[in-house]
Design a binder for this molecule. Structure first.
Ligand SMILES: C[S@@+](CC[C@H](N)C(=O)[O-])C[C@H]1O[C@@H](n2cnc3c(N)ncnc32)[C@H](O)[C@@H]1O
Length: 391
């Protein structure tokens, strides 16, 4: 009876889960697109990609073993239900909205996983703090808010166990890519500038701020996978409870980017005082940001293998993860090849042939998921100029 579907509702299938939601056709914008924020309970089909990767990352990280998780901002419950059905998760799905609770309850019944999931109605920070103060240790926490995750980071870090995992979504791409500079400063503590590799800068601003908040709670974070997709950022971090390690990681991985606007050279530094600016050079120094690697390519390759095992995972997801695995080892912001050629007033070859030439010079070079015009390479700017001048 409880899982009866009313005529203003529909059942959708995502991964191995089925969920009841209000009919999407009732919440269509004038441009014909479904608007999840207008529905009384939030379900965004575009985030299936994000949730599928979450299933693969948690399965890989916990090595196909059971893990205890909290999803404090759950909406319909779809993410937590998929973790229970497709990964080895058990735990709590929670939302502050009573209507979300109503759908979580029905969707748990519909998927027959009552022994694995407990639905609750609480404010997310209060809920997470209750775990901290009652000493319940959590293996995985998923923060998937509207907009910025920053209001939830401190309370999400504290209940995590010794070697735990946290997954965080950020949809506030305006401040992260410096389109709203005042907000970037207020929310992330960074004085930034709009630049041509702004999509990667946004990820590095987000990671720095999470690492800083974690370190202030004596927790070190290690990015395993970080990416930008459509209109959001997503990061998965291994967390280790240790004041000493959290100091070491902040000391090593927080710094600044120095960007020379005249020749497009960019490099990471730890202190702004390391820069000696030439008299006629236009140089930007942006930070503090995360200057270490954005992930662990060996781990991402394992996630790819987990995805390949599952027939229902789309080729788009596997291809995307493979691309991430390739580019993640190059800890140098991507460079826009159209800008490089524009600077030298040369006709552009295809991006593939330019990448091949860089490799022939003995350097690594790959396309990047951030930008179709971007190249990730460890070649110095002088080598890139040498190659361009040969055209
Ligand atoms: C983006 S939606 C979550 C989507 C869901 N994680 C998924 O994958 O489909 C954010 C949810 O957070 C809930 N929410 C917003 N602020 C909250 C708070 N302070 N505490 C608990 N829930 C909150 C909203 O009701 C909404 O359902």
């Amino acid at each position: 009876m409880y899982t009866n579907v009313f005529d203003w509702e529909e059942i959708i299938v995502e991964g191995l889960a089925k969920i009841i939601i209000p009919r999407r056709e009732l919440f269509i914008r004038p441009d014909g697109v479904y608007e999840p924020a207008w529905s009384p309970v939030f379900y965004n089909p575009l985030m299936e990609f994000n949730r599928s990767i979450t299933v693969l990352v948690t399965t890989t990280y916990f090595n196909n073993k059971d893990f205890f998780f909290i999803e404090p901002l759950s909406g319909t419950g779809i993410r937590g239900i998929r973790l229970a059905l497709e990964s080895n998760g058990y735990g709590y799905i929670n939302d502050v909205d009573p209507l979300s609770y109503y759908y979580m309850e029905r969707n748990i019944t519909l998927n027959n996983i009552r022994e694995k999931l407990i639905p609750t109605i609480n404010e997310a920070n209060t809920f997470l703090n209750n775990f901290t103060f009652s000493g319940v240790i959590v293996d995985y926490i998923d923060i998937d808010p509207y907009g910025s995750p920053i209001p939830f980071i401190d309370s999400a870090i504290r209940p995590l166990g010794k070697n735990a995992l946290i997954g965080i979504t950020a949809t506030d791409t305006g401040p992260l890519t410096c389109s709203h500079k005042q907000k970037t400063l207020r929310r992330y503590g960074v004085r930034c500038q709009k630049i041509d590799f702004g999509k990667e800068l946004g990820l590095r601003i987000l990671l720095y701020n999470i690492a800083f908040r974690a370190a202030s709670n004596d927790v070190a974070v290690y990015p395993l996978i970080s990416y930008q997709h459509k209109y959001y950022y997503r990061v998965f971090l291994k967390t280790v409870r240790s004041g000493n390690e959290s100091y070491k990681i902040m000391d090593k991985c927080s710094g600044y980017i120095v960007y020379n606007l005249e020749n497009l050279d960019r490099k990471f530094i730890k202190e702004p005082s390391e820069v000696i600016i030439g008299s006629n050079q236009k140089t930007l120094i942006i930070g503090p940001i995360w200057i270490c690697s954005l992930g662990d390519s060996a781990f991402i390759k394992k996630v790819v293998n987990e995805g390949i095992k599952r027939e229902y995972m789309s080729k788009e997801i596997i291809d995307f993860l493979e691309e991430l695995a390739r580019e993640t080892d190059i800890n140098q912001p991507y460079i826009r090849y159209d800008k490089l050629f524009g600077l030298h007033k040369k006709n552009m070859p295809s991006i593939h042939s330019f990448i091949e030439l860089i490799r022939k010079h003995g350097y690594e070079a790959y396309r990047t998921h951030f930008d179709p015009r971007g190249i990730k390479t460890n070649a110095p700017i002088e080598t890139l100029y040498e190659i361009i001048s040969s055209f």
